[in-house]
Design a protein around this ligand. Structure first.
Ligand code: FAD
Length: 390
């Protein structure tokens, strides 16, 4: 059987449904989202959901600002529940990182970011439980916090449907059809052909495999990032703030039920390639120990927390830890992937930008830093920390 669409989006994570919502808002014709399992079955469903605003470039700053505006008013502007909690975010940096932090914040303030650099000793007025010993400064972002990636995905999906988008779950794309250097549609595992002049790869952890179906090689590594869950003791008190310890190398995010999610900020995930099918696999206490030690240094009251469990997450990582948002060398085959571990907080702006680019309109933020061909030039190597400060 053969059907037709104007645009097929492969992948029903937060990226794919945000793109679908924004495309439908531009009236570009029939948009179909194909998701091989269920919405948010990939990295989105395993995300920690932190929304920080510290970004090193004007474009990423503008994107996270636009996204934060959406998270804060999600019910009104999209519909549904983003679960956004603006509890504030503290980011600790080493003395050596402080000059760069101050320079970056000057740029960010000019673009509307509300944040202040605190002396380490002053961080106690935000959350007295953070241990700032040895830090050079602490950045305080009062509007930042965390959201619910599954809720945001559901909200965008419902809103996209209301705009006429067709979302099909349990449908895997197994072929991307081309004629010469142009995409002509997709074929599903059930053998159905959907003809379309535009196909968007929003496959997250599977984006390199999906690109390969079109003969395109993505410079993306799927790197393992385990997440550990601990239960705060009964006397812990009010939930702690979101704290990202760039100097010590760990983060903590409060979760409901007295739980805290934590993980590493210094391990180089590119050195730990992972089969995305292992997403969610159980992780034992032995692997958690090094990170829990760092977490306990950053937030000593967590030293008595009880280890509940851990799971394997993974990031789709580009060489500079920034997304690829561009048309590929195969005409009509677009890439929105390589989110490099921070694709939740950027998803609203990514959807907006991709929809503009695909529709041939001016994007709201310059797309130049996200071009597909940028890795051909030197100086594009990065780390997770370089997605905060460079
Ligand atoms: C452990 C962890 C913690 C994170 N923490 C944060 C955070 O604190 N803040 C933040 O901003 N970001 C965070 N991220 C990153 C963020 O969650 C991701 O970048 C984002 O959710 C990726 O969404 P996506 O839609 O691009 O990809 P995915 O969610 O991976 O979606 C891709 C979808 O494509 C589907 N698919 C794959 N192959 C096919 C096919 N052939 N046909 C059809 N469908 C297919 C998959 O089933 C999947 O649902 C974290 C990620 C992880 C894993």
């Amino acid at each position: 059987m053969t059907r037709t669409a104007d645009i097929v989006i492969v992948g029903g994570g937060v990226t794919g449904v945000s793109i679908a919502f924004h495309l439908a808002g531009r009236g570009v014709g029939k948009v179909v989202v194909l998701e091989r399992k269920f919405l948010a079955a990939g990295g989105t469903g395993r995300s920690v959901g932190i929304v920080r605003q510290l970004y090193p470039t004007p474009e990423t700053t503008q994107m996270v600002r636009r996204s934060l505006d959406v998270f804060q008013r999600f019910g009104d502007t999209v519909g549904g529940h983003a679960g956004y909690t603006g509890c504030g975010v503290l980011i600790g940096v080493s003395p050596a990182m402080r000059p760069q932090l101050e320079k970056t914040l000057t740029l960010q303030r000019s673009l509307g970011v509300r944040a202040e650099v605190l002396e380490p000793s002053d961080a106690s007025r935000v959350d007295a439980r953070i241990d700032t010993t040895g830090l050079g400064a602490v950045l305080y972002e009062p509007e930042s916090g965390y959201g619910d990636p599954v809720g945001v995905t559901g909200g965008y999906a419902d809103a996209a449907r209301r705009r006429g988008v067709v979302i099909e779950q349990g449908v895997e794309v197994t072929e991307i059809a081309r004629a010469r250097a142009r995409v002509t549609g997709v074929v599903t595992a059930a053998g159905e052909r959907i003809e379309a002049p535009v196909v968007v790869n929003a496959g997250g952890l599977w984006s390199p495999a999906i690109a390969a179906l079109a003969g395109v090689t993505l410079p993306i590594v799927i790197g393992r990032h385990p997440v550990f869950i601990v239960e705060r003791d009964a006397g812990f008190g009010a939930p702690h703030i979101v704290y990202l310890d760039l100097a010590g190398g760990s983060y903590v995010k409060p979760e409901s039920g007295g739980l805290t999610l934590t993980g590493s900020l210094t391990d180089d995930e590119t050195q730990h390639p992972m089969d995305p099918e292992l997403l969610g696999a159980e992780v034992g206490l032995n692997e958690a120990e090094a990170v829990l030690e760092r977490t306990s240094r950053a937030l000593p009251r967590l030293a008595d927390a009880r280890y509940r469990h851990g799971y394997a997450g993974a990031f789709d990582i580009t060489p500079d830890w920034m997304p690829i948002l561009d048309e590929s060398p195969v005409h009509g085959f677009w890439i929105a992937a390589g989110m490099s571990g921070h694709g939740f907080k950027l998803a609203p702006a990514v959807g907006e930008m991709m929809a503009a680019l695909i529709a041939g309109a001016e994007p709201p933020v310059s797309a130049a830093p996200f071009r597909f061909d940028r890795f051909a030039s030197a100086g594009t190597a990065g780390t997770f920390a370089s997605s905060y400060l460079r």
